[in-house]
Ligand binder design. Structure first.
Ligand SMILES: [Zn+2]
Ligand SMILES: [Zn+2]
Length: 364
Protein backbone atom coordinates (compact mmCIF):
# COMPACT_ATOMS: atom_id res chain seq x y z
CA UNK A 1 0.00 0.00 0.00
CA UNK A 2 1.33 3.44 -0.86
CA UNK A 3 0.18 6.69 0.59
CA UNK A 4 2.66 9.10 -0.92
CA UNK A 5 1.06 12.37 -1.74
CA UNK A 6 2.51 12.47 -5.25
CA UNK A 7 0.74 9.24 -6.13
CA UNK A 8 -2.69 10.40 -5.08
CA UNK A 9 -5.10 11.40 -7.84
CA UNK A 10 -6.05 15.04 -8.04
CA UNK A 11 -9.36 15.69 -6.32
CA UNK A 12 -11.65 17.74 -8.48
CA UNK A 13 -13.64 19.32 -5.68
CA UNK A 14 -13.25 23.09 -5.43
CA UNK A 15 -11.56 24.11 -2.19
CA UNK A 16 -13.74 27.01 -1.25
CA UNK A 17 -15.89 25.56 1.54
CA UNK A 18 -15.38 26.04 5.24
CA UNK A 19 -16.43 23.73 8.05
CA UNK A 20 -17.16 24.48 11.68
CA UNK A 21 -15.15 22.91 14.46
CA UNK A 22 -14.40 23.52 18.13
CA UNK A 23 -11.25 25.43 19.06
CA UNK A 24 -9.70 25.85 22.52
CA UNK A 25 -8.39 29.41 22.68
CA UNK A 26 -7.18 29.64 26.29
CA UNK A 27 -7.78 28.39 29.84
CA UNK A 28 -11.56 27.85 30.19
CA UNK A 29 -12.05 29.36 26.74
CA UNK A 30 -13.36 27.76 23.60
CA UNK A 31 -15.26 28.77 20.49
CA UNK A 32 -16.63 27.34 17.27
CA UNK A 33 -14.29 28.34 14.42
CA UNK A 34 -14.40 28.18 10.66
CA UNK A 35 -11.80 25.78 9.28
CA UNK A 36 -10.78 24.71 5.76
CA UNK A 37 -12.84 21.93 4.26
CA UNK A 38 -11.00 18.57 4.56
CA UNK A 39 -10.54 16.45 1.42
CA UNK A 40 -10.94 12.70 1.01
CA UNK A 41 -8.18 10.94 -0.95
CA UNK A 42 -7.27 7.33 -1.78
CA UNK A 43 -8.56 5.21 1.14
CA UNK A 44 -9.07 8.24 3.39
CA UNK A 45 -12.80 8.85 3.61
CA UNK A 46 -14.64 12.06 4.48
CA UNK A 47 -17.33 11.64 7.15
CA UNK A 48 -20.05 14.06 8.19
CA UNK A 49 -20.18 13.90 11.99
CA UNK A 50 -23.65 13.14 13.41
CA UNK A 51 -22.61 12.93 17.05
CA UNK A 52 -19.29 13.25 18.89
CA UNK A 53 -19.17 11.78 22.41
CA UNK A 54 -17.01 13.97 24.65
CA UNK A 55 -14.07 12.32 26.39
CA UNK A 56 -11.21 13.98 28.29
CA UNK A 57 -10.91 17.04 26.03
CA UNK A 58 -12.40 19.23 28.78
CA UNK A 59 -9.08 18.83 30.62
CA UNK A 60 -7.33 20.57 27.71
CA UNK A 61 -10.00 23.29 27.90
CA UNK A 62 -9.34 23.69 31.64
CA UNK A 63 -5.61 23.97 31.03
CA UNK A 64 -5.91 26.12 27.90
CA UNK A 65 -4.01 23.78 25.57
CA UNK A 66 -4.70 25.36 22.20
CA UNK A 67 -6.19 23.02 19.61
CA UNK A 68 -8.52 23.14 16.61
CA UNK A 69 -8.69 19.34 16.34
CA UNK A 70 -10.51 17.98 19.37
CA UNK A 71 -12.18 14.66 20.03
CA UNK A 72 -11.57 11.06 18.96
CA UNK A 73 -15.07 9.56 19.19
CA UNK A 74 -17.88 9.89 16.64
CA UNK A 75 -20.62 8.34 14.58
CA UNK A 76 -21.15 9.88 11.18
CA UNK A 77 -22.13 9.38 7.55
CA UNK A 78 -19.71 8.89 4.67
CA UNK A 79 -20.01 11.87 2.29
CA UNK A 80 -16.94 11.21 0.11
CA UNK A 81 -15.63 7.64 -0.14
CA UNK A 82 -12.72 8.61 -2.45
CA UNK A 83 -11.30 5.26 -3.68
CA UNK A 84 -12.51 3.17 -0.75
CA UNK A 85 -13.74 -0.29 -1.68
CA UNK A 86 -15.00 -0.89 1.84
CA UNK A 87 -17.44 2.02 2.11
CA UNK A 88 -19.77 4.11 -0.01
CA UNK A 89 -21.47 7.50 0.32
CA UNK A 90 -24.34 7.30 2.79
CA UNK A 91 -22.87 4.56 5.00
CA UNK A 92 -23.37 5.26 8.71
CA UNK A 93 -20.17 4.47 10.58
CA UNK A 94 -18.56 4.32 14.02
CA UNK A 95 -15.30 6.31 13.84
CA UNK A 96 -12.40 4.58 15.58
CA UNK A 97 -9.62 6.71 17.14
CA UNK A 98 -6.26 7.67 15.64
CA UNK A 99 -4.88 6.67 12.23
CA UNK A 100 -2.93 3.42 12.65
CA UNK A 101 -0.97 2.38 9.54
CA UNK A 102 -3.18 -0.59 8.64
CA UNK A 103 -0.23 -2.80 7.67
CA UNK A 104 1.89 -3.51 10.79
CA UNK A 105 1.34 -6.67 12.88
CA UNK A 106 -0.78 -4.80 15.45
CA UNK A 107 -3.01 -3.27 12.73
CA UNK A 108 -3.26 -6.54 10.79
CA UNK A 109 -4.62 -8.13 13.96
CA UNK A 110 -7.16 -5.30 14.29
CA UNK A 111 -5.30 -3.75 17.23
CA UNK A 112 -4.96 -0.39 15.49
CA UNK A 113 -4.91 1.63 18.70
CA UNK A 114 -1.51 0.14 19.57
CA UNK A 115 0.04 1.02 16.18
CA UNK A 116 3.31 2.95 16.43
CA UNK A 117 3.26 4.09 12.77
CA UNK A 118 0.43 6.60 12.63
CA UNK A 119 -0.49 7.98 9.21
CA UNK A 120 -0.38 11.72 8.56
CA UNK A 121 -3.82 12.40 7.12
CA UNK A 122 -3.06 16.08 6.52
CA UNK A 123 -0.09 15.27 4.29
CA UNK A 124 -1.84 12.42 2.50
CA UNK A 125 -4.97 14.45 1.68
CA UNK A 126 -3.48 17.95 1.36
CA UNK A 127 -5.92 19.03 4.05
CA UNK A 128 -5.38 21.25 7.07
CA UNK A 129 -8.41 20.17 9.09
CA UNK A 130 -10.40 17.00 9.70
CA UNK A 131 -8.48 15.09 12.37
CA UNK A 132 -10.78 15.91 15.29
CA UNK A 133 -14.37 14.79 15.89
CA UNK A 134 -15.74 18.03 17.44
CA UNK A 135 -16.42 19.23 13.91
CA UNK A 136 -18.89 19.03 11.05
CA UNK A 137 -16.60 16.78 8.98
CA UNK A 138 -13.60 14.54 9.58
CA UNK A 139 -11.18 12.31 7.68
CA UNK A 140 -10.41 8.66 8.46
CA UNK A 141 -8.78 5.69 6.72
CA UNK A 142 -11.67 3.42 5.67
CA UNK A 143 -10.47 0.45 7.74
CA UNK A 144 -11.00 2.56 10.90
CA UNK A 145 -14.71 3.03 10.18
CA UNK A 146 -17.20 0.38 11.28
CA UNK A 147 -20.59 0.24 9.56
CA UNK A 148 -23.48 0.58 12.00
CA UNK A 149 -26.25 -2.02 11.58
CA UNK A 150 -29.63 -0.55 10.53
CA UNK A 151 -31.37 -1.38 13.80
CA UNK A 152 -28.90 0.47 16.04
CA UNK A 153 -29.63 4.11 16.84
CA UNK A 154 -26.86 6.64 16.17
CA UNK A 155 -26.52 7.72 19.82
CA UNK A 156 -26.29 4.10 20.98
CA UNK A 157 -23.67 3.28 18.34
CA UNK A 158 -21.68 6.25 19.65
CA UNK A 159 -21.36 4.45 22.99
CA UNK A 160 -19.22 1.82 21.21
CA UNK A 161 -16.23 4.14 21.25
CA UNK A 162 -14.82 5.15 24.67
CA UNK A 163 -17.97 4.60 26.75
CA UNK A 164 -18.00 0.83 26.21
CA UNK A 165 -14.83 0.12 24.21
CA UNK A 166 -11.95 0.07 26.72
CA UNK A 167 -13.85 -1.92 29.36
CA UNK A 168 -15.36 -4.25 26.71
CA UNK A 169 -11.81 -5.33 25.78
CA UNK A 170 -10.67 -5.49 29.41
CA UNK A 171 -13.56 -7.79 30.37
CA UNK A 172 -13.14 -9.90 27.24
CA UNK A 173 -9.46 -10.42 28.04
CA UNK A 174 -10.22 -11.09 31.73
CA UNK A 175 -12.95 -13.56 30.62
CA UNK A 176 -15.50 -12.02 33.00
CA UNK A 177 -18.56 -14.26 33.31
CA UNK A 178 -22.09 -13.98 34.66
CA UNK A 179 -22.18 -14.34 38.42
CA UNK A 180 -18.60 -13.22 38.99
CA UNK A 181 -17.85 -10.18 41.14
CA UNK A 182 -16.30 -7.34 39.17
CA UNK A 183 -14.69 -4.42 40.99
CA UNK A 184 -14.66 -1.14 39.05
CA UNK A 185 -12.36 1.59 40.31
CA UNK A 186 -13.59 5.03 39.25
CA UNK A 187 -16.98 6.00 37.81
CA UNK A 188 -16.18 8.58 35.17
CA UNK A 189 -17.60 7.95 31.71
CA UNK A 190 -15.27 4.96 31.13
CA UNK A 191 -15.95 3.48 34.58
CA UNK A 192 -19.70 3.95 34.18
CA UNK A 193 -19.43 2.25 30.78
CA UNK A 194 -17.63 -0.58 32.58
CA UNK A 195 -20.60 -0.90 34.96
CA UNK A 196 -22.84 -1.19 31.88
CA UNK A 197 -20.59 -3.86 30.31
CA UNK A 198 -20.33 -5.86 33.54
CA UNK A 199 -24.08 -5.75 34.26
CA UNK A 200 -24.90 -6.69 30.66
CA UNK A 201 -22.58 -9.71 30.97
CA UNK A 202 -24.40 -10.57 34.21
CA UNK A 203 -21.52 -9.89 36.60
CA UNK A 204 -22.06 -8.44 40.06
CA UNK A 205 -20.51 -4.97 40.42
CA UNK A 206 -18.74 -3.30 43.32
CA UNK A 207 -17.67 0.20 42.29
CA UNK A 208 -15.36 2.78 43.87
CA UNK A 209 -16.23 6.48 43.52
CA UNK A 210 -16.24 9.59 45.70
CA UNK A 211 -18.29 11.97 43.51
CA UNK A 212 -21.88 11.63 44.84
CA UNK A 213 -23.51 12.25 41.44
CA UNK A 214 -21.45 9.54 39.78
CA UNK A 215 -21.87 7.13 42.69
CA UNK A 216 -25.65 7.49 42.35
CA UNK A 217 -25.45 7.04 38.58
CA UNK A 218 -23.35 3.88 39.06
CA UNK A 219 -26.05 2.51 41.40
CA UNK A 220 -28.77 3.31 38.89
CA UNK A 221 -26.78 1.39 36.24
CA UNK A 222 -26.74 -1.65 38.49
CA UNK A 223 -23.71 -1.40 40.78
CA UNK A 224 -24.65 -3.34 43.92
CA UNK A 225 -22.28 -1.32 46.13
CA UNK A 226 -20.47 1.96 45.53
CA UNK A 227 -17.71 2.48 48.09
CA UNK A 228 -15.42 5.38 48.96
CA UNK A 229 -11.93 4.34 47.79
CA UNK A 230 -10.30 6.70 50.32
CA UNK A 231 -11.90 4.90 53.30
CA UNK A 232 -9.17 3.54 55.60
CA UNK A 233 -10.90 0.12 55.73
CA UNK A 234 -11.64 -0.17 51.99
CA UNK A 235 -9.79 -3.49 51.69
CA UNK A 236 -11.78 -4.98 54.58
CA UNK A 237 -15.04 -3.61 53.14
CA UNK A 238 -14.46 -5.27 49.77
CA UNK A 239 -13.33 -8.54 51.34
CA UNK A 240 -16.44 -8.44 53.52
CA UNK A 241 -18.60 -8.25 50.39
CA UNK A 242 -16.72 -11.07 48.61
CA UNK A 243 -16.63 -13.92 51.11
CA UNK A 244 -13.36 -12.66 52.57
CA UNK A 245 -11.36 -13.23 49.38
CA UNK A 246 -11.63 -10.13 47.15
CA UNK A 247 -13.20 -9.58 43.72
CA UNK A 248 -12.82 -12.15 40.92
CA UNK A 249 -11.72 -9.39 38.54
CA UNK A 250 -11.06 -5.66 38.75
CA UNK A 251 -10.74 -2.75 36.37
CA UNK A 252 -8.96 0.51 37.20
CA UNK A 253 -10.47 3.51 35.36
CA UNK A 254 -9.86 6.38 37.81
CA UNK A 255 -6.35 7.28 36.57
CA UNK A 256 -5.52 8.21 40.17
CA UNK A 257 -1.82 7.36 40.69
CA UNK A 258 -2.63 5.99 44.17
CA UNK A 259 -5.22 3.51 42.82
CA UNK A 260 -3.22 0.61 41.27
CA UNK A 261 -1.72 -0.94 44.46
CA UNK A 262 -5.05 -0.58 46.29
CA UNK A 263 -7.01 -2.18 43.45
CA UNK A 264 -4.48 -5.04 43.39
CA UNK A 265 -5.34 -5.70 47.05
CA UNK A 266 -9.07 -5.79 46.24
CA UNK A 267 -8.65 -8.71 43.80
CA UNK A 268 -8.68 -12.27 45.13
CA UNK A 269 -5.69 -14.60 44.83
CA UNK A 270 -5.47 -15.84 41.21
CA UNK A 271 -7.88 -13.08 40.18
CA UNK A 272 -7.61 -10.81 37.13
CA UNK A 273 -6.86 -7.08 36.96
CA UNK A 274 -6.98 -4.72 33.99
CA UNK A 275 -5.97 -1.10 33.45
CA UNK A 276 -7.44 1.37 30.98
CA UNK A 277 -5.42 4.11 32.71
CA UNK A 278 -1.97 5.66 32.56
CA UNK A 279 -0.96 6.46 36.14
CA UNK A 280 0.64 4.78 39.15
CA UNK A 281 2.75 1.73 39.87
CA UNK A 282 2.32 -1.84 41.09
CA UNK A 283 4.41 -3.88 43.56
CA UNK A 284 5.76 -6.94 41.73
CA UNK A 285 5.94 -8.86 45.01
CA UNK A 286 2.17 -8.68 45.45
CA UNK A 287 1.44 -9.56 41.80
CA UNK A 288 3.54 -12.71 42.05
CA UNK A 289 2.38 -13.56 45.56
CA UNK A 290 -1.29 -13.41 44.56
CA UNK A 291 -0.76 -14.88 41.10
CA UNK A 292 -2.87 -12.11 39.55
CA UNK A 293 -3.24 -11.85 35.76
CA UNK A 294 -2.78 -8.24 34.62
CA UNK A 295 -3.90 -6.67 31.35
CA UNK A 296 -3.34 -3.32 29.69
CA UNK A 297 -6.41 -2.38 27.66
CA UNK A 298 -6.71 0.80 25.63
CA UNK A 299 -9.58 0.39 23.20
CA UNK A 300 -11.47 -2.33 21.27
CA UNK A 301 -10.77 -4.34 18.17
CA UNK A 302 -13.54 -3.60 15.66
CA UNK A 303 -12.18 -6.10 13.12
CA UNK A 304 -12.39 -9.00 15.54
CA UNK A 305 -15.21 -8.00 17.89
CA UNK A 306 -17.42 -5.73 15.77
CA UNK A 307 -20.48 -7.99 15.85
CA UNK A 308 -20.11 -8.76 19.55
CA UNK A 309 -19.83 -5.06 20.33
CA UNK A 310 -22.94 -4.22 18.30
CA UNK A 311 -24.80 -6.98 20.17
CA UNK A 312 -23.55 -5.54 23.47
CA UNK A 313 -24.94 -2.15 22.41
CA UNK A 314 -28.33 -3.78 21.62
CA UNK A 315 -28.39 -5.66 24.91
CA UNK A 316 -27.44 -2.56 26.91
CA UNK A 317 -29.88 -0.06 25.34
CA UNK A 318 -31.77 1.01 28.51
CA UNK A 319 -28.51 1.37 30.43
CA UNK A 320 -26.90 3.36 27.62
CA UNK A 321 -29.81 5.82 27.80
CA UNK A 322 -29.10 6.30 31.51
CA UNK A 323 -25.35 6.58 30.91
CA UNK A 324 -25.94 9.44 28.44
CA UNK A 325 -26.87 12.22 30.85
CA UNK A 326 -26.42 15.34 28.71
CA UNK A 327 -26.58 16.43 25.09
CA UNK A 328 -25.26 19.72 23.64
CA UNK A 329 -25.20 21.40 20.26
CA UNK A 330 -21.64 22.21 19.17
CA UNK A 331 -22.50 25.92 19.44
CA UNK A 332 -22.90 25.34 23.21
CA UNK A 333 -19.61 23.46 23.68
CA UNK A 334 -18.46 25.93 26.35
CA UNK A 335 -21.42 24.89 28.54
CA UNK A 336 -20.54 21.24 27.95
CA UNK A 337 -16.94 21.78 29.05
CA UNK A 338 -18.11 23.63 32.18
CA UNK A 339 -20.44 20.77 33.06
CA UNK A 340 -17.72 18.15 32.61
CA UNK A 341 -15.39 20.12 34.88
CA UNK A 342 -17.97 19.70 37.69
CA UNK A 343 -18.09 15.91 37.31
CA UNK A 344 -21.88 16.02 37.57
CA UNK A 345 -22.46 14.05 34.38
CA UNK A 346 -22.16 10.64 32.77
CA UNK A 347 -21.41 10.45 29.06
CA UNK A 348 -21.94 13.77 27.28
CA UNK A 349 -22.82 13.93 23.59
CA UNK A 350 -21.99 16.82 21.26
CA UNK A 351 -23.88 17.41 17.99
CA UNK A 352 -22.51 19.52 15.12
CA UNK A 353 -26.16 20.13 14.20
CA UNK A 354 -29.16 20.50 16.48
CA UNK A 355 -29.61 18.29 19.53
CA UNK A 356 -32.15 15.58 18.73
CA UNK A 357 -35.13 15.26 21.03
CA UNK A 358 -33.90 13.61 24.21
CA UNK A 359 -35.79 10.56 25.39
CA UNK A 360 -37.44 10.88 28.82
CA UNK A 361 -35.35 8.03 30.27
CA UNK A 362 -32.13 10.01 29.78
CA UNK A 363 -32.76 11.96 32.97
CA UNK A 364 -31.27 10.39 36.04
ZN1 LIG B 1 -0.05 -0.20 12.24
ZN1 LIG C 1 -12.42 8.79 24.38
Amino acid sequence: MTHRKSELPERQMPRRFKILSVEITGPHQSKVSERPDPHAAADIVKVQVLVAPMCTEWQNWREGKHSCELGHEAVGVVVDAAQSKRLKVGDRVVVMPHAGCGTCPACEAGEHIHCTEQRDLFVETSSSSGIGCYAEYLLKPDYLLYSVPEDIETDHAAMAVCALGPSFTAMERMRVEAGETMLISGCGAVGLGAVVNARTIGARVIALEINPYRAELARSLGAEHVLDPTASDIIDQVRGLTGGHGADAALETSNNPAAPPIVLELVRARGRLAFVTWSGELPVKRITGKGVEIYGSWHWNHQRFGEQMMQRVRDARPLLDKLTTHRFAMADVEEAFKLQATGRCGKVLLYPGAVPHAEPETSL
